[in-house]
Ligand binder design. Sequence first.
Ligand code: HEC
Length: 102
Amino acid sequence: MKWRLALGAALSLAMLSTSAMADDGANMFLQKCGSCHVKGGQATPVNPADKASIVWNKFFTRGRHTVDFSQTVSVDDLQVIVQYLKDHAADSDQPAVAVIPK
Ligand code: HEC
């Protein structure tokens, strides 16, 4: 079973680095949101395609995120990330499902 884990890790690293190169927002999302939202982390994995773009649009401004991350995610960072989430939301042209592996 170990080799499958290793292969899975290598594959997700490859996927992470490709998407990071393709997209600044993806990079920031992985870095900032991924610090908590990873498998085995303090929060469950999240991905852009988990929600429709209209939901992402309001999620943070309406205070739906109950955990304060203002220490690590600046207002500017959040703007870039939300744009990225909307660009790859469930109802977008290019939904991104497995950015952070579930
Ligand atoms: C300091 C840790 C932390 C950071 C950083 C963080 N979150 Fe969260 N987030 C949580 C916790 C804890 C919850 C509630 C428990 C859960 O859903 O796993 C949560 C909940 C959520 C939910 C609700 C889950 C759902 O299915 O509706 C979403 C969406 C979400 N976060 C997105 C993000 C995004 C996007 C970022 C980056 C801008 C982010 N979070 C940054 C800790 C964090």
